[in-house]
Design a protein around this ligand. Structure first.
Ligand code: ZN
Ligand code: ZN
Length: 338
């Protein structure tokens, strides 16, 4: 089944964390954490519409500068989300540069920053044209767990404990539209951009008896009109949407575990940090990180179908296999208990 999202860790397990989530058939991507973007090309970075930063430790936020550098002078709005204190961290970054020549840029670049607190979100916009100055107070909205809601997807967050607030993040596709290629061919329709409009019509829940125009060939005169419901029945199969969860930099205690298991429940793919082996459980607790065993246990208890580890301490460079083995053993043990 072709997937809508193709998540991949940006760097290796010993390098800066970050998950890049490009969309199929769209020049768009989401990113979870902005560490060293070394594993991404400029082309990849330019697809990013929304970046979700778990917390502002350097290994999760140093990539902000690279992203800003690339987006300057482009007609874009870049949406950034981060935990308590995030507006101040972004403003600190922006005030570290001189912006006296930005009015020469023809295009307007805007940063929209959302600071996520346990009960509300604070939103501010910073425009390149105004040298990223914004003295106005932030707009305050309620936070009910959802950061981004679009017809096709939702990104939700939970505030976790890393001694400081740290966001756990989940991307949920509402449902998945599989196109039956054989059925397309038998109707004489070609694959093309119209399929994106077709999926949008389904996500927007347009009535089944509404007309849907298919311009599948290069000639507009060949456009054909279908009833949306009938076309859907013939060419599409609807299956549950993909769920991708990203958890990093968290201590293992009951309150965190409960929140992580809830947000990661039935994930198709859980990306979860594991900094240490269980033998160094005390060190992991002191540094507010997970052990591999704890990561595997959380993946199992959440019922994740697949999980990936990252954020390994450099001390395991010669023994990476032990991290995987320990996590996988715990995953199997806890998965079977459900
Ligand atoms: Zn970290
Ligand atoms: Zn951290």
């Amino acid at each position: 089944m072709p997937l809508s999202f193709h998540p991949r860790l940006i760097n290796g397990p010993f390098d800066d964390p970050g998950l890049y989530v490009p969309f199929s058939f769209e020049k768009r991507a989401l990113v979870f954490d902005l560490g060293d973007p070394g594993g991404l090309s400029n082309r990849d970075l330019l697809k990013i519409s929304h970046a979700f930063v778990t917390h502002a430790h350097m290994d999760h936020f140093i990539g902000f500068d690279a992203l800003l550098r690339l987006f300057l002078g482009r007609e874009k709005i870049l949406h950034l989300f981060g935990p308590e204190g995030f507006l101040q961290h972004v403003e600190g970054k922006l005030s570290g540069y001189v912006w006296n020549l930005v009015e020469n840029y023809y295009n307007r670049f805007v940063l929209q920053i959302t600071e996520v607190r346990s009960d509300c979100c604070l939103i501010k916009k910073y425009s390149c044209e105004k040298r990223f100055h914004n003295e106005l107070p932030a707009e305050k909205i309620d936070f009910n767990g959802t950061l981004l809601q679009e017809p096709a997807l939702t990104v939700s967050a939970v505030v976790l404990d890393h001694q400081i607030p740290c966001l756990g993040l989940a991307l949920q596709e509402r449902f998945h539209v599989n196109i039956k290629k054989v059925a397309l061919a038998s109707l004489g329709l070609e694959v093309g951009p119209w399929l994106r409009d077709f999926k949008t019509a389904l996500f927007e829940e347009r009535p089944a008896d509404s007309e849907f125009i298919v311009a599948s060939g290069s000639n507009q005169a060949d456009a054909r009109v279908f009833l949306l419901g009938e076309l859907t029945e013939q060419i599409a199969a609807i299956t549950p949407g993909q769920k991708i969860v990203y958890i990093t930099d968290v201590v293992f205690h009951d309150a965190n575990a409960e929140k992580i298991i809830k947000i990661a429940e039935d994930a198709d793919h859980l990306f979860i940090e594991a900094a240490f082996l269980e033998a160094e459980r005390d060190m992991a607790a002191r540094k507010y990180h997970l052990t591999a065993r704890q990561a595997g246990e959380l993946a199992g208890r959440a019922g994740a179908r697949q999980f990936s580890l990252f954020h390994f301490s450099p001390r395991y460079e010669s023994d990476m296999q032990a991290m995987w083995q320990e996590a996988y053993g715990a995953y199997q043990m806890f998965l079977h208990r459900q």
